[in-house]
Design a protein around this ligand. Structure first.
Ligand code: ADP
Ligand code: MG
Length: 679
């Protein structure tokens, strides 16, 4: 047995753990010995410092050395026995419920010096310790740090301690997997030393290197997998795409703006990938409204011109429709574009499928249903996935497999996450970032309003409409139930209709495709001024004339989601506004979210704050990203360690270091299977 394999043995192989106890552990996700070691103490009772009576702090566990002075044993039921003690600075009473006199006299002999430890109380002008558990005439036997674990219900602290103490004794010495340089950074502390120290610290206040070393291990285990994946992808050789950039100039004339420098750079990077014989696996990141669509479409044209088909996948039908309209403008008349969604009728679907396999469709725009269907392309050369966070790694991989080796993959994300997160979640991809938005964009002025002041909001809406602006009105997400959400949208629609008549439209997920499209077109053509909707408008849709968004019950939404919703306005050049409405009794967190939005339009900052408030794991469904969540590492707090890991990975890649020595690390952190799973 390799030494690390011992660590992976089932928890029930530990002596003293029977089936019943093992079950309790497993309930807490502690399945192996390694899991048990991971479960670091949540707290410590530090009995190392001796204090004097006049330094005692009520409520804290403290240790002090005292003289035993006087017993008081009342012979009345229910009254506790007391022992008065003192040191040179004051008095303290030890209180015993349900203890025999003989026992008390034995542990606290009168007129001796004794060390006691316990939680300090204060009663009738006197310090006291009730039922002190740690009493000894030898002060050294008490002066210890006592680790506290979050215990599984039904498991006594004493038993847990016995188990963990036994296990700690048996930890094997593992061969070091880190390079000398890295190790030196952590003061040459091994994995084992870190674990031992963190479970039984010599000094509670100095976790420093020990914890950092474990965090770094965890980050590396993820990054190594990403790196291996990336290397495997790079090894896939494809046919280069050959296209002429003269089409690019043609397209430039078809759009009424100049591409930003960031857009041009992203295009250069994508083109270089397309033209190379390595398969592209690239992430295009840019905040909402930064202009990713046009980059995707120009890339599509290049691929079509080189004789391949393109699949573009978006999260909603509405968005598919909108991109379809833009694509029609940009592609040549001779090139065929189709839309396929879950709502596409059977007959139409059949035609599309046969056209695809016969190379009669050049660009297919669709929703998730592109995955589910047995859809075959004649020659798929590029798969583009918009708003990827709704897709997991495995789904990304599935799509790229569809086109075989010649299919390049471009994933677009409007979730501006910190670099440490990109490295973690998209570490298997190359990245292009659109940092700056098109010039002339204004900050979206953001206000909050309590819902009782809806009349003020309505006057503001009136003013906007008078100036020929358009308004999104997002209805409350009352409950998880979609049905109720729709109802609330309908109610709001009806009340607004009384004020604004035919200028109001309603959009919700239950409407059929035709009705939806009709309303969207009406809004686009400015036949209606207010679009009341549930969150179906959340992603990607572009209405340059809309400059006000009202979000009811804003407190029910997450920070990043609010930022995305807000991004639906402010795409034109006029002043844009967002009004966050809330009900009274806002929670502290909701208050914080609203404040952050009011203060910033910067998606990166917002997502970072979102992570601080909610924890990175919850961020927009990244849980399903296929990578296991970290237990210790935090992409915000441990940025420096992430950056260091990134550097180390580059070194490993450059020196083509053999990964074998990292195998124990990957096995321990349960990452090794991901490799087999994905490639
Ligand atoms: P997102 O990155 O959120 O997908 P879009 O691609 O939908 O953003 O673009 C948002 C809006 O910005 C669209 O109306 C688009 O036409 C416009 N746009 C894109 N690029 C530019 C540019 N370089 N200059 C001006 N407007 C642009
Ligand atoms: Mg978009």
């Amino acid at each position: 047995m390799n030494s690390y394999e011992y660590l992976l043995s089932d928890i029930n192989t530990i002596k003293g753990i029977g089936n019943k106890t093992a079950k309790l552990f497993k309930k807490k996700n502690i399945n192996t010995i390694f899991d048990l070691l991971w479960n670091l103490p949540k707290d410590f009772t530090d009995r190392t410092d001796l204090v004097k009576v006049n330094e005692l702090q009520i409520g804290k566990v403290q240790t002090l050395m005292i003289d035993v002075k006087k017993y008081s044993f009342p012979r009345i039921r229910n009254l506790p026995n007391k022992v008065l003690c003192e040191d040179s600075t004051g008095k303290i009473e030890c209180i015993f419920f349900n203890s025999y006199e003989g026992y008390i006299k034995k542990i606290l002999p009168i007129n001796t010096k004794v060390t006691i430890s316990g939680k300090i109380g204060y009663y009738k002008n006197k310090y006291q310790i009730v039922n002190p558990t740690h009493i000894s005439s030898d002060s050294n036997s008490i002066k210890k740090i006592f680790s506290r674990y979050s215990l599984t219900e039904g498991l006594k602290e004493k038993k847990y301690h016995k188990i963990i103490t036994d296990v700690l004794k048996k930890i094997p010495d593992l061969n070091e997997w880190h390079s000398k340089k890295i190790l030196k950074f952590f003061n040459n502390i091994s994995w084992k030393e870190s674990i031992l120290e963190l479970h039984n610290p010599k000094n509670v206040k100095k976790k420093g290197y020990f914890l950092d070393r474990l965090i770094f291990d965890e980050i590396m285990s993820t990054f190594l997998i990403n790196s291996a994946l990336r290397r495997k992808i790079k090894k896939i050789k494809k046919n280069k795409k050959i296209f002429d950039t003269k089409y690019f100039n043609k397209i430039k004339n078809k759009i009424d703006f100049n591409l930003t420098l960031d857009q041009l750079r992203a295009l250069d990077e994508i083109n270089a990938d397309l033209k190379s014989n390595e398969k592209m696996f690239r992430l295009l990141q840019g905040d909402v409204g930064s202009g990713k669509t046009i980059v995707a479409l120009i890339s599509s044209v290049n691929v079509i011109k080189s004789g391949y088909q393109v699949a573009l996948m978006v999260p909603t039908e509405i968005l598919a429709k909108q991109i379809y309209e833009i694509a029609k403008k940009i592609l040549d008349k001779s090139e065929n574009i189709s839309i396929l969604t879950s709502k596409t009728k059977y007959h139409e679907r059949k035609v599309i499928k046969s056209d695809l396999i016969n190379n009669k469709i050049n660009l297919l725009i669709g929703t998730h249903s592109l995955f589910q269907e047995k859809i075959k392309f004649y020659k798929l050369g590029l798969a583009i996935i918009d708003e990827q966070h709704k897709f997991g790694v495995k789904q990304r991989k599935m799509l790229s497999d569809k086109g075989g080796k010649d299919c390049d993959v471009l994933v677009m994300s409007a979730t501006p996450i910190p670099r440490t997160m990109i490295m973690t979640i998209f570490g298997d991809m190359d990245t292009s970032i659109i940092k700056n938005k098109p010039v002339g964009r204004k900050e979206i002025k953001t206000y909050s309003k309590i819902d009782t002041k809806i009349n003020e909001v309505i006057s503001f809406v009136k003013k906007q409409i008078k100036n020929e602006n358009q308004v999104f009105w997002v209805c409350p997400l009352i409950e998880e139930s979609k049905k109720i959400d729709h109802q609330s949208a309908i109610l709001r629609y009806e009340s607004l209709k009384k004020i604004f008549n035919h200028k109001v439209g309603l959009l919700h997920g239950e409407l059929d495709k035709e009705k939806k499209n009709k309303i969207l077109l009406k809004f686009l053509n400015k036949e209606i001024s207010i679009l009341v909707s549930t969150t179906v408008i959340e992603v990607g849709i572009d209405f340059p004339n809309a400059n006000l968004i009202i979000i009811e019950n804003a407190n029910k939404f997450g920070l990043s989601q609010l930022h995305q919703l807000r991004g639906r306005v402010g795409r034109g050049s006029r002043d844009a506004y967002c009004i966050l409405m809330y009900k009274k009794n806002l929670s502290i967190n909701a208050r914080k979210r609203i404040k952050i939005l009011k203060e910033s339009n910067d998606g990166f900052k917002i997502s970072e704050n979102d992570m601080k408030l909610r924890g990175y794991g919850d961020l927009l469904g990244f849980k399903q990203s296929g990578l296991k969540s970290f237990r210790l590492a935090d992409p915000v707090l441990n940025e420096d360690l992430f950056l260091m890991a990134e550097k180390e990975i580059k070194r490993i890649e450059n020196e083509k270091e053999n990964l074998d020595k990292y195998l124990p690390l990957l096995k321990l952190y349960d990452r090794a299977d991901i490799l087999n799973d994905l490639v």
